[in-house]
Design a protein around this ligand. Structure first.
Ligand code: ADP
Ligand code: MG
Length: 400
């Protein structure tokens, strides 16, 4: 195994720095809106505590831009973690500095300190070595469960690792690598990818990498609008990327050359505004100049459901429409349910919004794997399983 599991690290009575991705959505009142990313790390946290480690947990949250910002404090996250564990979590009021050092040095075996938001310091995103050394000085062992941040070479994900002698991956990170790698290996067929969401430009690399692996690619959401426009259909005022039409056309041609069936919507749900209370179903040729295509239509949804029922391997990223509004959520939720209902397939989904849809549909335990990393899961697939920076940083045996 290229990366050591936390299960095989000597952690008894040591100070363990655990980098997690607790970049969770907050409620307007400042509470944790969705604690999935916190719960996903509990196996690693509990393992380390049970082994008598002194645990220093660190994460980023939001984009405070290198300076303290009360609205991005990890305080509610620490409170939620304490609640889930039934144990105190001491929050340092800064990521590094005298306060953080004091909190860390006061730790006893089996206790937890949470550093304040790493992005309160400009050294985190700049991967500043001085900042990285300060973080490293708090710990004897470095463990990462931060898959969602593993595609970023920051001080806490990459920079500090070379200054800590012992390092390894937590159970969540190992599961992420395991399931995503399985998609890239020999899989049962048919292998069907369902891709939607907003931006072709963000996902074209992944689409191309999937072309060499899947049997079928089902495309919905605003992503499909760009492809349909590229085929010459009128899309009215729909969200699409007009500068990407040539790329979309060359992608469709490549798919044809490789005998991968790309299934685009045959019908769409359109409205004249997001508040339009009388959305209409139209064939792809029937979108009017004032219309917005906001969901895949029922015929498309049925076709996608059939493909998903037959599939033996499924990867899903990106909602099929503007699912935040109930009027345009049906395609996304039906696709989610069709994936959850296929118990014979290896089913993996990634993407912040796709994960949210799966949670809202009550399907979390029904998939083989729900990735906690949106961008990271896409980069992992796009790179054909090449270790992301935050994973590669765990591999090396050198210490400085
Ligand atoms: P993920 O986070 O799962 O990777 P993306 O961030 O790429 O997904 O896309 C999700 C966003 O795309 C959602 O906010 C959704 O409302 C939006 N979206 C999907 N389809 C449409 C559409 N037809 N028109 C407008 N917005 C859309
Ligand atoms: Mg998103």
């Amino acid at each position: 195994m290229p990366v050591k599991s936390v299960a095989n690290l000597p952690v008894e009575g040591t100070r363990v720095f655990l980098r997690v991705d607790y970049n969770v959505p907050l409620t307007p009142a400042g509470g944790v809106a969705d604690d999935a990313r916190i719960r996903a790390t509990l196996p690693t946290v509990r393992h380390l505590l049970a082994r008598g480690a002194r645990l220093i947990i660190a994460s980023h949250l939001g984009r405070p831009g290198g300076k303290p910002d009360a609205a991005a404090s990890l305080e509610p996250v620490g409170a939620r973690l304490a609640e889930l564990l039934g144990q105190d979590v001491v929050l340092a009021d800064e990521p590094v500095g005298d306060g953080a050092r004091k909190v860390v040095s006061d730790l006893r075996d089996g206790q937890i300190a949470l550093l304040e938001n790493l992005r309160f310091h400009p050294g985190e995103e700049a991967n500043d070595d001085g900042f990285a050394r300060q973080l490293a000085s708090y710990a004897d062992v470095y463990v990462s469960d931060a898959f969602g941040a593993a595609h970023r070479a920051h001080a806490s994900t990459v920079g500090m690792t070379k200054h800590v002698g012992v390092r390894g991956a937590g159970f969540l990170l190992l599961a992420e690598i395991d399931f995503l790698s399985r998609l890239l290996g020999t899989v049962e067929r048919p292998f069907v990818a369902v891709i939607g969401g907003a931006k072709v430009s963000d996902k074209l690399g992944v689409l191309e990498s999937l072309l060499g692996r899947v049997d079928k690619m089902l495309i919905g959401g605003a992503m499909a609008n760009t492809f349909l426009r590229a085929q010459g259909h009128e899309l009215g005022r729909s969200k699409l990327e007009a500068e990407k039409l040539a790329l979309a056309r060359s992608f469709l041609k490549k798919a044809g050359d490789q005998n991968v069936a790309v299934v685009l919507p045959s019908d769409l749900v359109v409205a004249t505004s997001l508040d339009d209370d009388a959305p209409r179903v139209v064939p792809v040729g029937g979108v009017g100049p004032a219309d917005l295509a906001l969901d895949i239509g029922p015929a498309t949804t049925r076709a996608f459901e059939d493909e998903l029922a037959r599939a033996r391997t499924i990867f899903w990223n990106g909602p099929m429409g503007l699912f935040e509004r109930a009027a345009f959520a049906e395609g996304t939720f039906r696709v989610a349910r069709a994936i959850g209902a296929n118990r014979r397939a290896l089913t993996v989904a990634g993407g912040g919004d796709s994960a949210l849809a799966i949670e809202q549909a009550g399907l979390v335990g029904k998939l083989s794997h729900l990735s906690t990393g949106g961008g990271a899961s896409l980069e992992f697939i796009e790179g054909n399983g090449k270790p992301l920076p935050g994973i590669a940083a765990l591999e090396t045996e050198e210490t400085r």
